[in-house]
Design a protein around this ligand. Structure first.
Ligand SMILES: NC(=O)c1ccc[n+]([C@@H]2O[C@H](COP(=O)([O-])OP(=O)(O)OC[C@H]3O[C@@H](n4cnc5c(N)ncnc54)[C@H](O)[C@@H]3O)[C@@H](O)[C@H]2O)c1
Ligand SMILES: [Zn+2]
Ligand SMILES: [Zn+2]
Length: 360
């Protein structure tokens, strides 16, 4: 029997999201039905509703979620009914060319549910293959990662996207280690997670850069040792000044703009690493003197989902949270109801929140 549940849908480009009753099928082979307990509002949900990702409307939004497994389909072994899970958008296939090369965190053929959730008979496109602004959602079994149920859902769900992207940009992609210096451009949820990840990894100097003093104050709480408001001073000069004239070992761009990418490029030390985690739009271009790309050496990388492996990283990060070593509570600016997602998008645009989290 399909389940009729309340959900947040983006029906058309740029239009406010609406509350709908959608149909969620019972899980088929390899699928899991999850009762959603909490789901964070991520910038990517807004990108979907603006038509910036693709035109496959209607979208079922929401993808930073935690909940409990309600039913499992045939052949599911990684989770069982009643498990507390965090959803992910990297259910690795184990068979693509990247998985076969031993690099499953780049998996090029990740799994989603095979059956479609529907609205009035029309197939919904779930955001990032999840769609969790809904009382229940259907995912591939590998998209559900069991974690310690002692973590509150509104906190645990955040590991499922933005916080993982930021933590992983520092800890996995950037390879930040003991004694490193790091600069993070953009101190939203993703940038602050990169700061928290740098601290966890043992960075000595962590420089937060933003254009909003409110964000810089929050960044200090996550572990920034220095802050730079780049509307008041040149961040490249400021970062060199804070690092003996050299620049940082790892520069992390968490905005998604050419200007901040260039700042990151010029803020790093010789042989340093630049990590792009902010998502650009298709029109953006960067222009760099090729001699600088060569002469500075080092590495220019992009970070997809923090190069995470959910089965490896989610339970570990939840344990660090429960041990008091990773402050996830501070990412939750407010908890809201399912019908308040549209207003949460506006709060995000006004720069008022790190994360609004829907609690069901
Ligand atoms: N790579 C991934 O896997 C991944 C995953 C999730 C999100 N993202 C992307 O990460 C980026 C950040 O996401 P978020 O949720 O933290 O967004 P956000 O809007 O909450 O934060 C962006 C921050 O950048 C600051 N900012 C804006 N312009 C700036 C400038 N010129 N210089 C310095 N700071 C500036 C803002 O004040 C804000 O604090 C987005 O592009 C998002 O799409 C990437
Ligand atoms: Zn694969
Ligand atoms: Zn997201």
């Amino acid at each position: 029997m399909p389940h009729s549940v309340r959900a947040v849908v983006a029906r058309a480009k740029g239009e406010p999201v609406t509350m709908e009753v959608i149909e969620v099928p019972d899980p088929g082979p390899g699928e899991v039905l999850v009762t959603v307990q909490a789901c964070g509002v991520c910038h990517t949900d807004l990108h979907y509703r603006e038509g910036a990702i693709n035109d496959d409307f209607p979208f079922l939004l929401g993808h930073e979620a935690a909940g409990t497994v309600e039913e499992v389909g045939d052949g599911v072994t990684n989770v069982a009914v009643g498990d507390f899970v965090v959803l992910n958008w990297r259910a690795v296939c184990g068979q693509c060319r990247s998985c076969l090369r031993g690099r499953p965190w780049y998996c090029f053929a990740t799994h989603n549910a095979t059956q479609k959730m529907t609205l009035g008979g029309a197939e919904l496109s779930p955001a990032l293959g999840i769609g969790a602004f809904a009382e229940k959602t259907l995912v591939a079994a590998g998209q559900a990662t069991k974690v310690n149920p002692a973590a509150p859902p509104e906190v645990a769900g955040l590991i499922g996207c933005g916080v993982m992207a930021g933590l992983g940009a520092a800890m996995n992609t950037g390879g930040v280690g003991r004694g490193d210096s790091v600069a993070v451009f953009g101190c939203g949820g993703v940038g602050d997670a990169a700061i928290a990840g740098s601290r966890l990894a043992g960075a000595h100097t962590i420089i937060a850069v933003d254009i909003d003093d409110r964000k810089l104050d929050i960044a200090r709480n996550f572990g920034a040792t220095h802050t730079v408001n780049s509307t008041n001073e040149d961040p490249i000069e400021a970062i060199r000044g804070l690092t003996g004239g050299n620049g940082v070992d790892v520069a992390i761009e968490a905005v998604g703009l050419p200007a901040t990418y260039e700042q990151a490029f010029y803020s790093r030390d010789l042989a340093g690493t630049v990590v792009l985690v902010g998502v650009p739009n298709p029109e953006m271009k960067v222009e760099l003197p090729m001699i600088e790309v060569f002469g500075r050496g080092g590495t220019l990388k992009s970070s997809w989902y923090g190069d995470c492996l959910p089965s490896r990283d989610f339970p570990m990060l939840i344990d660090l949270y429960l041990q008091g070593r990773l402050d996830l509570d501070r990412f939750v600016s407010e908890t809201i109801a399912l019908d308040e997602v549209e207003e949460a998008f506006h709060a995000m645009e006004r720069g008022e929140v790190l994360r609004s989290v829907v609690v069901l």
